[in-house]
Design a protein around this ligand. Structure first.
Ligand SMILES: [Zn+2]
Length: 131
C-alpha cells in the first residue's frame, strides 16, 4: 500500500508518522467508542500519546471548533427565524454541538497530533507490538 498524501491521511485519520496505520479503533458513528485510539501505530509502532497528557492540548483546537459551531448555528438561526427568542439560539447551538461532537473530538486530536508529529516516509515497519 502506498503512503497517501497529507490530506488523504488526515481525513482518513492515519498515523501522521507513516500515514498508513489507523489512529482510531472505531468509526466516528460508533457513539460509545468514537474516541478510542490505538496506543501505537500498527504499521510503524509510533506512540500517539507523545507524553502524558499530550491530548489535553487538543482541547484548544476543540474550543475553536465549538466557537465556530456556535457562531455558525447562531447565524443559521438568525437567517431562518425573524427575531427568535433566546431559547431558540440555545437549543440550536446545543443541538449542533452535540451532533458534531464525535467529529470535533476526533479532528481536534488529529490536528493536535499532526501539528507535533513529522511525516517520516521511510518509517520502519514493525512486525508486532503489544498495547
Ligand atoms: Zn505509523
Amino acid at each position: 500500500m502506498n503512503p497517501s498524501t497529507f490530506l488523504q491521511s488526515f481525513l482518513k485519520a492515519k498515523c501522521p508518522h507513516c500515514r498508513q496505520g489507523e489512529i482510531y479503533t472505531h468509526s466516528p458513528l460508533n457513539l460509545t467508542k468514537f474516541g478510542a485510539m490505538h496506543k501505537h501505530c500498527a504499521h510503524c509502532g509510533y506512540r500517539y500519546e507523545i507524553e502524558p497528557g499530550f491530548f489535553f492540548g487538543a482541547m484548544y483546537v476543540s474550543y475553536a471548533f465549538q466557537i465556530a459551531i456556535l457562531i455558525g448555528s447562531g447565524i443559521l438561526v438568525s437567517l431562518f427565524f425573524k427575531e427568535p427568542p433566546i431559547w431558540v439560539y440555545v437549543v440550536t447551538v446545543a443541538f449542533f454541538i452535540v451532533l458534531t461532537f464525535p467529529f470535533s473530538f476526533r479532528f481536534s486530536r488529529l490536528i493536535w497530533l499532526y501539528l507535533f508529529v513529522n511525516y517520516e516516509p521511510n518509517a520502519p515497519k514493525i512486525e508486532k507490538r503489544k498495547g
